[in-house]
Design a protein around this ligand. Structure first.
Ligand SMILES: CC(C)(COP(=O)(O)OP(=O)(O)OC[C@H]1O[C@@H](n2cnc3c(N)ncnc32)[C@H](O)[C@@H]1OP(=O)(O)O)[C@@H](O)C(=O)NCCC(=O)NCCS
Length: 175
């Protein structure tokens, strides 16, 4: 299994991974979100990684840029979506995709990464709720699901503001 940045030719497989991993209706929405983000200029810079085994894509993670309104030039990203195919789950691939993404973003100078998801899963890779960054929309899920991680020590204590994400992720249905 190897992890690499996705290329244009991977789009069909990326759509399939999200479509087949989530339930049907969520799969339709999330797979479209993944493709929309990859084609969205307002998401740039973007980091999309795939996990590949025997020439087949079995996982995808996307980090797209966000602005933190009121926080000057803090470099921030949001993690969404993430999927690992059902028959390859629980082998650490999701964790590897997250950690490789965080490491790459850190090397590129990113300071903060946000995620809106299951705290039980994302806390395992260092995300925490209780920061001072407001979500772009009213949240459907409890505040604990709105988490952040600093890639530069101390940045979250000094940073507050409202997160503004890429247009394709900005639809209230995602929040
Ligand atoms: C969530 C997901 C990406 C995890 O991928 P994975 O490769 O199986 O993850 P890992 O192998 O790194 O970690 C698996 C561990 O996380 C746990 N886990 C998985 N989903 C979890 C969740 N929602 N809450 C808590 N723990 C979770 C597993 O039970 C397992 O625990 P264990 O190591 O103690 O056995 C994968 O299950 C998936 O694609 N799920 C459907 C889509 C989804 O929910 N995506 C995330 C939201 S965008």
């Amino acid at each position: 299994m190897k992890i690499r940045e996705s290329v244009e030719n991977d789009k069909k497989s990326i759509r399939k991974v999200h479509q087949n991993t989530f339930d049907q209706s969520e799969g339709d929405v999330v797979s479209q979100l993944a493709i929309d983000l990859l084609e969205d200029e307002t998401a740039l810079p973007i980091l999309s990684l795939v996990a590949e085994q025997d020439n087949e894509i079995i996982g995808n993670i996307i980090f797209s840029s966000v602005n933190i309104e009121g926080a000057g030039g803090v470099s921030a990203y949001i993690l969404a979506p993430l999927a690992v195919t059902k028959d390859t789950q629980k082998n650490g691939i999701g964790t590897l995709l997250i950690n490789k993404g965080l490491e790459t973003l850190k090397e590129q100078g990113a300071e903060v990464v946000l995620v809106y998801g299951d705290p039980n899963y994302y806390m395992r890779t260092g995300f925490k709720a209780g920061h001072n960054l407001k979500p772009p929309h009213k949240l459907k899920y409890p505040e604990e699901a709105w988490m952040a991680q600093e890639l530069v020590e101390g940045i979250l204590t000094k940073t507050q503001g409202t997160v503004r994400c890429a247009l394709s992720l900005n639809s209230p249905e995602y929040w």
